[in-house]
Design a protein around this ligand. Structure first.
Ligand code: SF4
Length: 460
């Protein structure tokens, strides 16, 4: 376990950076990219960056460790603005302990021999590309430089590089005259295409929530195995591989914003359905349903609606405790949970609670949460998890640690109940997870939940 491990979210699958790109000559692309990054802050809080492409000033930008608001302050954003800027890309990074700090911040910039440039932002893990202490995205950028040939569309070079690589990633690239998006052939990570409502340009972003943030219409998803470029030529696209859709189920369970839609399925509604189906699996005698913020809350609402037991706000989330503070102060898991979540005693005292959370990996933060609720006066705690037990390692870039430490691999049912200090425990079944995502069933990866890996297990 690394030194930056003990924080609340670290008992969830990790790694879901946010990528954003806009091509809109005549618009304030810097402001749009800033707002896009803000809308994707939940996907990564370790580093942020923004690069601009201007027909007058070339390509320039800023990146650093920290939240979007810390890296892209008002002064910085204003300093980046340029009337001749036509494109901008932005990134929010969730760093792993092996790839932390400024060096892993993005965008990544490359100059080409003929005076052209490109910058790249990336979400995910590209197989087998880390070399010479370079990240996979740095190596991907180097490969792209090698593949770009004089006078050729960069999209063709990109397709050749993508066809040579495996992995679970979405990439946005900005050149001197266009913005390009690419998804791996399984589409593990989402990537969406939109257009500004005023007709002023195009947007490519990890989530539809970022499109809404900047008043853009959602056009469509970029398909697994597809390259899409937007620029003065309009929209161009081509497939570099046959699509084999396997979106990470945790986009619906935990990563994506509730307001996001993936494949026309509302993330909020999917989470509510998970809660509803959990209730159909069984309802203990209880007085109130409490959702664990953030992604446990819609599932709790679904559970409440299906069971008839009122849902209450039993936990208040402190949104202003930064990961950096918790890391720098080496806070224990228990202390970190206490800083992040505060029980509302007036709702909890003397109550038999049904507590709904999105997932458990090791269970350590859940144990701390249960003990906090009991200290606040909860009479009973019945835990409902809106996803199946997490048992297998992710080979597609999610960082969850050693499978031997996963709660569901360490204990049987009675052992888990004892370990977590709860009165009862239930997980959403695999079948009900599939039902929750409707037409996406069969097109999502659930390998860490059912052991059925969509590709050979060599991607980590
Ligand atoms: S194994 Fe699949 S579902 Fe699980 S975290 Fe990895 S990509 Fe997501």
């Amino acid at each position: 376990m690394g030194e930056c491990e003990p924080i609340y979210e670290f008992d969830k699958p990790r790694e879901a950076c946010g990528v954003f790109g806009v091509y809109a000559p005549g618009e304030d692309v810097v402001q749009l990219a800033y707002l896009g990054a803000e809308a994707l802050q939940h996907r990564g809080q370790d580093a942020a960056g923004l690069m601009v492409s201007s027909s007058e000033s070339g390509m320039y930008g800023v990146k650093d460790e920290g939240l979007v608001s810390e890296v892209l302050t008002d002064n910085v954003v204003n300093g980046l603005k340029d009337e001749k800027a036509h494109s901008a890309i932005a990134h929010t990074r969730y760093g792993t302990s092996s790839q932390a700090g400024f060096d892993s911040a993005q965008p990544i910039y490359r100059e080409l021999v003929n005076g052209r440039h490109f910058a790249l932002v990336h979400n995910g893990h590209i197989e087998g590309l880390t070399s010479d202490n370079k990240s996979d995205s740095e190596t991907f950028a180097d490969m792209l430089v090698e593949e770009i040939r004089q006078g050729e569309m960069i999209e063709r070079a990109l397709m050749r590089v993508a066809a040579k690589t495996d992995g679970a990633y979405s990439i946005v690239i900005m050149t001197d005259d266009r913005v390009i998006g690419l998804r791996d052939r399984n589409g593990f990570r989402p990537l969406e295409l939109g257009e500004l409502k005023n007709g002023g340009g195009f947007v490519i972003a990890s989530e539809t929530a970022a499109l809404e943030q900047i008043d853009a219409d959602h056009d469509r998803q970029i398909l697994p195995g597809e390259v899409v470029s937007v620029g003065s030529h309009g929209i161009w696209s081509d497939m570099y591989a046959d699509p084999e859709p396997k979106l990470c189920a945790f986009e619906y369970i935990y990563f994506a914003r509730p307001s996001t839609e993936i494949n026309d399925i509302s993330v909020h509604e999917a989470r509510k359905t998970m809660g509803r189906l959990l209730a159909e699996q069984g309802v203990p005698e209880a007085d109130a349903v409490v959702g664990v913020p953030d992604s446990g809350v819609p599932a709790a609402k679904g559970f409440s609606e299906a069971s008839g037991i009122p849902d209450v706000i039993g936990l208040e989330k402190n949104r202003y405790i930064s990961r950096t503070f918790i890391k720098d102060n080496q806070l224990s898991r228990e202390k970190a949970v206490g800083l992040k979540l505060t029980p509302l005693k007036s709702e909890i005292k003397g109550q038999r609670l049904i507590v709904v959370d999105d997932s458990i990996v090791r269970g350590t933060t859940t144990r701390a949460l249960t003990s906090m609720l009991r200290h606040a006066g909860a009479e009973e705690v019945h835990l409902k998890i809106a996803s199946p037990p997490y048992k297998w390692p992710c080979f597609y870039g999610m960082d969850t640690g050693n499978p031997d430490e996963f709660l569901a691999n360490q204990h049987n049912y009675e052992g888990m109940v004892k370990e977590l200090g709860v009165d009862s425990l239930d997980y959403l079944s695999i079948d009900n997870l599939k039902h929750s995502v409707g037409p996406m069933a069969g097109k999502i990866c659930m390998a860490c939940l059912d052991g059925d890996y969509p590709t050979p297990k060599t991607v980590k």
